[in-house]
Ligand binder design. Structure first.
Ligand SMILES: [Zn+2]
Length: 143
């Protein structure tokens, strides 16, 4: 039988990699972390302006935590551990800021579409956004 009939399994290794739970976690971390570039690129191309969607930060957080676990419990490599030890801090902070921004968006009294917190007019129908158009939690905070 030709050797390529067994590809990608060679000598008990799949794609030349001896798999374990931590290898799966590490490669999954790589895949999740790498996928965030496509999410950001797609969002930017769609709007024709630089956009960083919340999903980018979720993928950054999940991927970096998987890679940190891989580095801590499998590789035991100080350089690798340090590379991912603190990256979760800006990822979580950006998710918190994104959450606050989403909650501060202004609903249009005419069509109900949410506009940016600083908007004076509805981005959909052009109606003037009044203070009463602020989300209820935003009104109670500012009064
Ligand atoms: Zn509107």
């Amino acid at each position: 039988m030709p050797p390529l009939d067994h590809f990608p399994w060679i000598n008990g290794k799949f794609l030349g990699i001896a798999w374990s739970v931590w290898k799966v976690a590490g490669w999954l971390g790589n895949a999740v972390f790498f996928s965030r570039f496509f999410v950001q690129w797609h969002a930017t191309e769609k709007r024709k302006q630089v956009v960083v969607p919340a999903l980018f930060w979720w993928l950054s957080l999940a991927g970096s935590l998987l890679l940190l676990a891989y580095a801590l419990f499998y590789k035991h490599d100080s350089v690798f551990i340090f590379a991912y030890a603190f990256t979760w801090i800006p990822y979580i902070r950006n998710l918190i800021i994104h959450h606050h921004h989403e909650n501060a968006r202004r609903p249009c009294p005419e069509c109900g579409v949410l506009s940016a917190p600083s908007a004076s007019y509805c981005s959909q129908c052009g109606a003037k956004l009044t203070d009463s158009a602020l989300a209820p939690e935003h009104v109670s905070r500012s009064s």
